[in-house]
Structures are given as C-alpha cells and as structure tokens.
Design a protein around this ligand. Structure first.
Ligand SMILES: [Zn+2]
Length: 408
C-alpha cells in the first residue's frame, strides 16, 4: 500500500483515512431525498510512490489498493478472462472486439471486486457485520465474501430481484430483508439501518472503497492488454459506480505516469431506466422508472451519477440506450458467438455495439472492450423469454428423427 487520502468530488476538501468513513461530512448532508449522492469521496494516492514501485514484469497491485494486504479475506476475486471475440466483432462490423468476462468471478459478477475490499475494510475496523442495499449482484457477492471472512451480511433488496439471486444470498447465510419497494427504497433504508444498529455500510458510492474495488477491473484490462490502453470500453450502467471505477483505474495509471491516455468510456443504459444517460446528455437529473429486464442496471436514482457523467465526458466517450428486445437479442448473440452466457444488463453492451455501428461513433478497427459484468445463470427467467425448451420424446430414433424433421 502507498499513502493515500480521501478527496471530496464536490468541494475538493481532503480527509485523512480514518477522519471520515462515507461521504464528505460537509457535502453529504446536502443530499436531498430522491436525488443522487453529494460529497462522494475519491481515494487519491501518492502517485510518485506508485511510479517508483510499480513494475510491469511483477505487477504489484498493492500500490493501487487503499488497504493493507493482511486484511484481505480468503476470497480471491478477479483475474477473469480477457479475450478477442472475432466472430462477434465481425457480425457487428468491427475488427477488434474484446470481452472482459467478469461474470466468472466467484459469485458470478464484477461486484465481487468491491465486496472483497469492503470485507477487508471491515476486518481492519473490526466490524462484525456489513450492511448493503442492492439490486441483487452486490448482495450476492457481499453474502459470499462475508461468509468467507466469518462476517455477518445484512441485505436489503427489492422483492422483485430474480429468485436465483435471492437463493445465492441465502445459501451463504446472509440475513436477507426483501423490501416491497425499489432499489432506491432499499438504499435509503440501509443507511437508516447502519445509523440505528451500526456495522459497516457497503452501499455503492456511499462507501468510497466500492469505487476502488471496481477499479481493479480496469487495471486488469490494461495489464491483460499488454499494458496498453484500449480505444473504447463499453460499460453497462445502473448506479454509475462501475463506470466510475473503470475511469478511476485509468486516471490512476495516468497520474502515476504509467499510461498517457484514457480509453473512451461508453455508458450503456436500458431505455426504460436511463437516468444517467439523461443526465450525461442534458445536464439535468430526472428520476427513471426501474423497469428494465436488465435488473442490475434498473435504478431510478443513480447514487454516483455525477462521477459517471465526468467519466464519460473526460474520457471523450458518450452515452446511449438500448431497448428490451435489443438486450435479449444481444444476450443471444453473445452466447451463440462466444460461448459466454451473460445476464441481461451485461448483454446490453452487445446491443450497444450494434447501435454504435449504425451511428458510426467508433471506428471499425478501434480496439473495443465489452465489459461483461454478470453471469447469465443469475437470471434464468429472463433468458427463457426467447427460448423454447423442447418437449421430451419417446426413447427411440424414430421419435428423434421426427423431432429433427419438425424443427427444420
Ligand atoms: Zn465536500
């Protein structure tokens, strides 16, 4: 670990490590109910130390972590596959498309990166319980990481979360509290919960280390890409923390003098739940309906909307939306062309790529990375919408032949 401090994204005030835990005390209290968070903190390192310590032939990632190695739980995450997907790229009119498959983290989503770091922080602070609101995946990953560390996970989740995700939380022994409301209701109640009962709150953006945890996917993409920066990274966006984390990775690398540019970040939202997209394109906040089949990115009040918007603008990227049919078509195309089964929100990146081709907003030979954030087995109900499971046939070749003929 190298020295770091927290800095408020709104007033720029600096805080020492244990001077503050969540938001900037001055700006955080300006957050109005039903509006995105004010006073979100960013970790700022001693970048000269990183420059001196980091060697690409023995990647010492600890200098990019705001916590000492000894606190990490026995819950390894990351090092997920990064591969070129020629066939998918060709189908969509591009020559250099890659996938970072973060659905292969232990709990099946990128959220493991943040949960691992927050559990490490709970170890450091000797907190016994960790509380989170979640659309599903953050809670699954917290349940798993907390189980590995012998901590108690307390989870507030919209009751509409896919059953597979609720099962995943429960199997790890988490205390699950389904809320008859939205993710935004769960978010608000989880803050009240930690204020009343204590514990460490893992809510995304509210705890600055969630952004740091998600950042590691960007560091890995850079390393797996032979320590070069791709031209474009396409990111599914709900509350805005993953795209902020990816941006932070490349911002840290640039500040440390290890790279000289940023990848263009493309924000993809579901048309039916597009508060971040609306903010990026108009500068105005408008609540969205949390109504998409892509449940992981269905958020009406995105907590980290301001940083997400900065990530897109400062990286020279852009934002777009995709509809429900496009998302399901993207899920099917990704599965058939690459062997990767992604959940709908992650498949939104494929739908986005088809749209990017039509608008010519990215060159056909640019290196494009699709960030697959969650595994498809987390939401079988959605994937089944476009599939027909065949009826069983009698156990003989005549029946099989009849079936093959009928399917022609
Ligand atoms: Zn502030």
């Amino acid at each position: 670990m190298v020295e770091f401090y927290y800095q408020c994204n709104d007033c720029n005030k600096r805080y020492q490590r244990d001077e503050v835990r969540y938001l900037c005390p001055a700006c955080g209290q300006k957050t109005k109910p039903g509006y995105p968070l004010q006073g979100v903190l960013s970790v700022r390192f001693d970048y000269d130390s990183i420059r001196q310590r980091f060697k690409s032939d023995r990647t010492d990632w600890s200098c990019f972590y705001a916590i000492e190695d000894r606190y990490f739980p026995p819950y390894p995450v990351g090092n997920t596959p990064f591969a070129k997907v020629e066939s998918l790229g060709k189908d969509l009119g591009f020559t250099n498309v890659w996938v970072k498959n973060d659905g292969l983290n232990p709990s099946g989503s990128l959220k493991d990166r943040a949960s691992q770091l927050l559990v490490a922080e709970a170890n450091r602070l000797d907190e016994k319980s960790i509380v989170t609101a979640s659309t599903g995946n953050a809670a699954c990953s917290l349940a798993a990481a907390a189980a590995a560390a012998g901590k108690r996970a307390i989870i507030l989740v919209p009751h509409t979360a896919p059953q597979e995700k609720l099962v995943q939380m429960l199997i790890h022994g988490a205390q699950v509290i389904p809320i008859k409301g939205t993710y935004d209701d769960a978010f608000r109640l989880s803050l009240e919960f930690t204020q009343s009962y204590g514990g460490l709150n893992r809510n995304t953006a509210y705890h600055p280390l969630t952004i740091e945890g998600k950042k590691t996917v960007g560091l890995e993409i850079w390393a797996q890409n032979n320590f070069t920066v791709p031209d474009v990274i396409v990111v599914p966006v709900g509350d805005g923390v993953i795209i902020s984390g990816v941006f932070k990775a490349f911002e840290d690398l640039k500040k440390a003098g290890l790279t000289d540019r940023l990848p263009r970040l493309v924000c993809v939202q579901a048309e039916s739940s597009a508060a971040v997209h609306h903010f990026i394109t108009t500068g105005e906040f408008r609540r969205a309906a949390p109504a998409s089949i892509a449940d992981s990115i269905s958020v009406s009040v995105p907590s980290n909307i301001f940083m997400a918007s900065r990530a897109v603008h400062e990286s020279g990227g852009f934002s777009l939306t995709v509809n429900e049919n496009d998302i399901l078509a993207g899920q099917s195309l990704l599965a058939r062309r690459t062997g990767i089964f992604a959940e709908p929100s992650a498949a939104a990146t494929v739908a986005a790529l088809a749209k990017i081709r039509d608008t010519k907003s990215v060159d056909a030979d640019d290196q494009i990375v699709l960030l697959v954030t969650g595994h498809g087995l987390k939401d079988v109900r959605s994937a089944k919408l476009n599939l027909l499971i065949p009826d069983a046939v009698e156990p003989n070749m005549e029946a099989i032949n009849a079936m093959l003929t009928a399917q022609k």
